[in-house]
Design a binder for this molecule. Structure first.
Ligand code: DLL
Length: 432
């Protein structure tokens, strides 16, 4: 099923024309309404009339998270306050949050792209969707909520956390779809197993998981635990929230809703545009956004784009699962390490769970990496020799994948702190 046949299967040339028209209109709007951009464009000698096609996109300046911070809270908004109907914010690790705004039409666009996303995962009006993303300033809960209602499904707005209630309503209401972070999905699956709930009491068939990086190995784990097909959904508040891109049943990457969000991949160091298939930083221009239209927003997410036709029939460009964020990448003794690489290694082994943490320290000017991982109940035996052998195997696999040594600490089942939202995978004590 395809929610918007016209857009999602549009001829590529026709899509480029549509993007060009929308870009032209957007540049005019921001030039007239956002002093920050007017000055930036004037500095570069660009007049709105110069941008007449999508081929001119690369002439435009980038926008960064710092620009949003510098213009806190509302200075990048392109409409008067009386047209803004919703505000969301994402809390950064440091300093002020990033504030985003929506007009009524932006909310409609958002509901449309989330309805397209859910349809991709096979969700219909007959489904009951348990939205266990956080409701509030975070875009996950309300984003999925409005999209699911627009589609006509029955929404359970339970928000994140309160695991007992999640399990109770899941059984009593017969939820067929669950939407939450993949780490919370793994936790719910584990809780079902731990409480020995009869799998026949669980009607789930699909999961809509995103908001944090997760690996193919994690997908297998969750699918087994919950007895569902797990789909990846991507998005970020600055662009709209969840529903910037979504995986189809072919699961060969996530289709980007390019009529609204124009993607580019750049070399993060030079800003140079990279061709399809190359790994780099993802950049988006949300051409139809009214309240907060951003020019070439640098996401810091690292991935590749592919434009070949997809088995599902959609012509929309696909992005691969994100490797991670450039600011998640750890440099340990000079070697680049992504938490997702560690996750792959750990989950290829049957004995470990998807709950792990990387702890980085600097001792005598040398970086150290400790990987704490929980072992499944049945393997957490008292036989020290067995555990030591497991530890050695993990060490060996980590070393051959990452190219650096680490300390591995096996910890008891359910001892690493659980999050109902995004999991905290890294504790970096180096104060770099
Ligand atoms: O996480 C929006 C969202 C909510 C997406 C629910 C999907 C589901 P932010 O809090 O602004 O927005 O965080 C955005 O999260 O730049 C990525 O680094 C990461 N991220 C989001 N989705 C994925 C994904 C929401 N599917 C940041 N895979 C983004 C990997 C993801 N990383």
């Amino acid at each position: 099923m395809i929610w918007n046949q016209h857009i999602e299967t549009m001829d590529r040339e026709e899509m480029r024309t549509l993007q060009g028209e929308r870009l032209q209109n957007m540049v005019e709007r921001i030039y007239n309404n956002v002093p920050f951009y007017r000055h930036k464009l004037q500095d570069q000698g660009i007049e709105p009339g110069d941008i007449t096609s999508i081929d001119h996109l690369h002439h435009l300046p980038f926008t960064t998270k710092q620009d949003l911070r510098d213009n806190y809270p509302f200075s990048l908004f392109a409409v008067p306050q009386d047209q803004v109907v919703r505000l969301h914010a994402s809390s950064g690790t440091t300093g002020k949050p990033t504030v985003v705004g929506y007009t009524q039409r932006d909310i409609e666009t958002w509901s449309e792209v989330v309805a397209r996303s859910l349809t991709m995962a096979g969700v219909t009006r007959s489904d009951i969707i348990q939205v266990a993303y956080g409701y509030g300033l975070f875009t996950g809960g309300l984003g999925l909520h409005y999209g699911a209602e627009h589609l006509g499904a029955s929404v359970i707005p339970i928000s994140g956390g309160n695991t007992q209630k999640q399990l109770q309503l899941m059984q009593d209401f017969g939820s067929t779809v669950i939407a939450c972070t993949p780490s919370y999905a793994a936790f719910l699956g584990e809780a079902i197993r731990h409480e020995q709930i009869d799998p026949r009491q669980i009607k789930l068939k699909a999961g809509i998981f995103g908001a944090e990086p997760w690996t193919e190995e994690m997908r297998q784990e969750i699918q087994e635990l919950l007895g569902i097909k797990a789909f990846d959904i991507y998005g970020l508040s600055e662009i709209i929230g969840p529903g910037v891109s979504m995986e189809c049943p072919a699961q060969q990457g996530m289709h980007i809703f390019e009529d609204h969000f124009i993607p580019e991949i750049i070399n993060p160091d030079t800003g140079e545009i990279l061709p399809y298939g190359q790994l780099g930083e993802l950049v988006f221009t949300p051409v139809s956004k009214e309240a907060l239209p951003l020019l070439r927003y640098r996401t810091r997410d690292l991935t590749r784009l592919h434009a070949e036709p997809c088995d599902c029939g959609r012509t929309l460009v696909r992005m691969e699962k994100c490797v991670g964020r450039s600011d998640d990448m750890l440099i340990i003794r000079g070697v680049n390490v992504f938490p997702s690489q560690v996750e792959s290694v750990l989950l290829e082994m049957n004995e470990t769970t998807p709950h792990y943490q990387l702890i980085v320290n600097r001792e005598h000017n040398l970086d150290t990496l400790e990987i704490q991982v929980e072992v499944h109940d049945q393997f957490f035996s008292d036989e020290i020799a067995d555990l030591e052998a497991l530890q050695q195997r993990i060490l060996h696999n980590i070393q051959s994948t990452l190219g650096i040594s680490a300390r591995v600490k096996l910890v008891e089942p359910r001892s690493i702190e659980r999050s109902a939202g995004k999991a905290q995978r890294v504790i970096d004590n180096r104060n770099l």
